[in-house]
Design a protein around this ligand. Structure first.
Ligand SMILES: [Zn+2]
Ligand SMILES: [Zn+2]
Ligand SMILES: [Zn+2]
Length: 261
């Protein structure tokens, strides 16, 4: 079980990092919905896939390596396995800090052949503005004056981002604008949810900001950011729903559910 900080994972998951369980392909099988899996060729080497209905990241099958890479955020129950290392920390944004003591690899760990990731073109930081885009780059946006930023451990965020937790920036509607590709963004709302929606690019499955007009707010998944969000997480929220395999080691305040108003 490994945490991956590569830019592709951050874009696809919308989370600050992704976590995968590597399992023998021979032990993997779909239980349903394989026809809902959509693929996107994110590089020469790889196809990334997601559920076309909700945007969750789906397992990556690597026949040559005999492996299935399964996003841990979508696991039910507890394998008893814990994360063992961080990879592609060389691709981490400057504004993110690792606070646990697991081994760190700049790129791919040596036992998997080493090598660095596919780097995305750098986006220059603008004064007072944050920029972001999806995995394929067709969707892009900008915002000013972020209001709040939380790391959310709720089961919806974990499932939607297919990650240990979500990391979301809340922006006022008037301070946010899509700069391209808004027509490619679709939203999925779980039937029982009051507010939660997942927005994603229909071309690549990469996460996108969720525009909630009625509330006058836009929820930006921090993994989509190309430049500094100009604020840092204010707290870990919904920690009562935290993944059993994930340990919080940062110093941000923790709330069992919502933070105080
Ligand atoms: Zn990755
Ligand atoms: Zn896209
Ligand atoms: Zn959440």
């Amino acid at each position: 079980m490994m945490h991956c900080h590569c830019s592709m994972c951050r874009k696809q998951h919308g989370a600050p990092f992704a976590t995968f369980v590597a399992a023998a392909l021979s032990g993997f099988r779909w239980l349903g919905g394989e026809d809902a899996v959509a693929g996107y060729a994110s590089s020469e080497q790889g196809v990334r896939s997601h559920c076309r209905h909700c945007g969750s990241v789906t397992p990556m099958l690597l026949p040559q390596a005999g492996l299935a890479l399964v996003p841990a955020g979508n696991l039910d129950g507890d394998l008893g396995l814990k994360p063992q290392a961080h990879m592609f920390v060389g691709s981490m944004p400057k504004w993110y800090t690792i606070t646990d003591s697991l081994p760190q690899h700049a790129g791919m760990p040596p036992e998997f052949g080493g090598g660095l990731g596919v780097e995305r073109p750098a986006v220059a930081q603008r004064e007072g503005v944050a920029d972001g885009s999806c995995l394929c780059g067709a969707v892009a946006f900008e915002f000013r004056a972020p209001q709040r930023m939380y790391q959310c451990h709720c089961s919806r965020c974990r499932r939607a981002r297919s990650a240990a937790h979500g990391q979301n920036v809340f922006v006022k509607l008037d301070d946010f604008a899509f700069t391209r590709g808004e027509e490619l963004v679709t939203q999925y709302k779980p039937p029982e949810a009051q507010r939660f929606t997942q927005a994603f690019c229909t071309r690549c499955g990469g996460k996108a900001p969720s525009v909630q007009r009625a509330r006058g707010v836009v929820v930006v998944p921090a993994g989509t950011l190309d430049t500094d969000p100009m604020m840092r997480p204010m707290a870990n929220i919904f920690v009562a729903s935290k993944a059993p395999w994930f340990e919080i080691t940062d110093a941000y305040p923790q709330y069992a559910e919502l933070p105080p108003p």
